[in-house]
Design a protein around this ligand. Sequence first.
Ligand SMILES: Nc1nc2c(ncn2[C@@H]2O[C@H](COP(=O)(O)OP(=O)(O)O)[C@@H](O)[C@H]2O)c(=O)[nH]1
Ligand SMILES: [Mg+2]
Length: 286
Amino acid sequence: MTRCGTVVLAGRPNVGKSSLLNALIGEHLAIVSPKPQSTRLPVVGLLTQDDAQFIFTDSPGLLEPEYQLHVAMRAAALRAIADAEVIAYLHPLSEFPAPPLAEVAPLERAPRALIVTVYTKADLVAPSTDLYRPLPTSTVAVSAVTGQGLDGLLSTLRAALPAGPFHYDPAEMATQPMRFFAAEFIREAAFELLHEELPYSVAVEIDEFREGAEPVYIRAVVYVERASQKGIVIGEGGRTIKALGQAARAKVEALLGARVFLELHVKVLPKWRRRDASLKRLGYVP
Ligand SMILES: Nc1nc2c(ncn2[C@@H]2O[C@H](COP(=O)(O)OP(=O)(O)O)[C@@H](O)[C@H]2O)c(=O)[nH]1
Ligand SMILES: [Mg+2]
């Protein structure tokens, strides 16, 4: 008898949801940043081990919305939580104990799915501290950096998966198209290379994606919210956008396993974070 189900990785911004997804899948699928709120849309990663298929869903951090994009991110996170068969509720081990998920979210009613509390960034907590007391049941401590606790987490989650046939080919690890990941990796490069508020003003649209070409040809638009930001993203003599393109290209090539030619254009989409029509066009609102 096989088991298969959706496990959502949920929690506050910056607790390590995207890092844990990548560590579980063994591939850099979800973008990671020391800056909070880097994840805007759920990212799905598949892991099939023996008789169990895990459909992991990384979700945006649960936060108080400050503008329309946040409203969309929060709605996406709550949908992912409502749709999941198992909720992995992540919280840093250094901030033990985790408040109830229903309080953090906050949720109108307790979710029907089983909640497994996952304490993250265990490598940052010295083993001598009393945080290494025995954890309550349905609770595990992991590190996406050292891999500590991942096997234990998987066996806890496996027991919670419903019995049923696999939904995906066991060889698959992603469900979203390469152009989604291309846009995300350009954003990840923006989080790495741009400062302060700027990465939050960046959105990416893939204009063309020719997978048959050698190298694979991708043309993308990097949107910012104001004309003054456009100059900063391009940089002196085009230096910044060039570095951004190189960093993003390497990320896309690593996932695609093929050489890529990436062409970036910078455009202004005024106040896109606060406009529903823009959010819809960019795919942040269904
Ligand atoms: N030391 C350590 N840092 C981590 C771990 N997991 C995530 N981080 C860091 O925490 C920050 C936020 O991680 P991210 O996965 O983007 O968090 P998310 O916002 O919850 O998706 C990044 O700087 C990560 O490198 C971990 O297990 N150990
Ligand atoms: Mg994230």
